[in-house]
Design a protein around this ligand. Structure first.
Ligand code: PLP
Length: 376
């Protein structure tokens, strides 16, 4: 059998990237320069937002947005119970309280449960996550948040290029935060982006990114004088990363389409495997960008989730569990909020190999291995 990894970044280093990096190195300007500005413009335009601020990770992006919104000690922020720890960690890092919102059977924030959390707590901000690449119900989440005077920061780490009725995720709330981590739909190795149409928020995030200096590096090169009028960080993106990002952004629609092709084949094959179901909703396939393809192992399947994980590993197929819910993490054992549906999903989910250049042979290897325990 051919070994099948969980992820394989697609063709990140094409000739245009090598040429672009060579030009950057020759220019002598290696960070926050023309490549970064072009990447910000191109990314924000593609996501129909007025401003793009490139940073070094989605974690920095989320943290900077919350801080720019004035989220502080004593404030309460709602995050989905099913997400990567970064979504909740940024809230605690600000000294604020995290409240968990339960998810629906697709893994996304459940607006009904959000309404409950907004009634129970005095909520300053909500961070919906477009989990696995499926857009959360943004019109309803934004309506509820607005009714309660809460800000909305979208965690779009899994969903660059995803949209709801043609409107890109990240453009519904006050800001959208993206990740270009090595395994994401588009990558710069590490990296992130904030998109927003709020001029003041954009300016605050830009200041936080670069130590709150009153001049950008190129402005300082022209005239050294500058002030520091607040506290900031080094959340900068390098010009080398921006070259990779521009090339990846250009290929994003095609790479997302390839992910959709792989997902469609999985969905059709799962129809013939009793006890394994896709964690998703067929009506939303065209809005989904399939960062992950996640299945639920039901009782009628001959193996438990752990046994299936081990069986696939024996066939050299790598899978994973996304994610251990926030309430399962020892640091969060005192967490408030709801997570019943999340807990039910967590016991049974498994992420199958998913990447744009997946060959039919690789995918058939996975499908046959999933079918094998039934045929035995
Ligand atoms: C849902 C979610 N949010 C935030 C992050 C953090 O992204 P980064 O690694 O770019 O900081 C991740 C990373 O995997 C994620 O999956």
């Amino acid at each position: 059998m051919v070994p099948v990894p969980l992820y394989k970044p697609e063709n990140v280093i094409g000739d245009e990237v090598i040429d672009g990096i060579r030009d950057v190195l020759a220019s002598g300007w290696l960070t926050l320069g023309p490549e970064t500005r072009s990447f910000e413009d191109e990314f924000s335009t593609a996501h129909t937002s007025e401003h793009g601020i490139a940073v070094n990770s989605c974690t920095s992006a989320l943290y900077a947005c919350l801080r720019a919104l004035g989220i502080d000690e004593g404030d309460t922020v709602v995050v989905p119970a099913m997400t990567f720890s970064a979504t909740a960690n940024v809230v605690r890092l600000l000294g604020s309280d995290v409240v968990l919102c339960d998810v629906t059977e697709t893994g996304n924030m459940d607006p009904k449960n959000l309404a409950r959390q907004l009634e129970r707590y005095d909520v300053a901000a909500v961070i919906p996550v477009h989990l696995y690449g499926l857009p959360a119900d943004m019109p309803e989440i934004c309506r509820l948040a607005e009714d309660h005077g809460a800000a909305v920061i979208e965690d779009c780490a899994h969903a660059p290029g995803a949209s709801i009725a043609g409107k890109p995720v990240g453009s519904f709330g006050d800001a959208g935060c993206y990740s270009f981590y090595a395994t994401k739909n588009m990558t710069t190795g590490e990296g992130g982006m904030v998109v927003t149409s709020d001029q003041e928020l954009a300016e605050d995030v830009r200041n936080l990114r670069n130590h709150h200096q009153t001049k950008s590096p190129d402005e300082k090169a022209e005239n050294w004088g500058y002030d520091v009028d607040g506290l900031g960080f080094n959340f900068r993106m390098s010009e080398i990363q921006a070259v990779m990002g521009r090339s990846q952004l250009e290929r994003l629609p095609e790479m997302n389409e390839e992910r959709r092709r792989v997902a469609q084949q999985y969905i059709e094959s799962l129809d013939g495997i009793s006890g394994l179901e896709w964690v998703g909703d067929r009506d939303t396939i065209n809005e989904h960008v399939f960062h992950l393809f996640v299945i639920r192992v039901a009782d009628e399947y001959p193996l438990s989730r752990q046994q299936l994980y081990d069986h696939l590993a024996e066939d050299d197929i790598t899978t994973g569990v996304h994610y251990p819910p926030i309430s399962e993490l020892s640091y969060y054992d005192d967490i408030r909020g709801d997570h019943d549906t999340t807990d039910g999903l967590y016991g049974n989910i498994l992420s199958l190999p998913m990447f744009p250049e997946m060959t039919d042979t690789e995918q058939q290897t996975v499908i046959e291995s999933l079918r094998e325990p039934i045929d035995e």
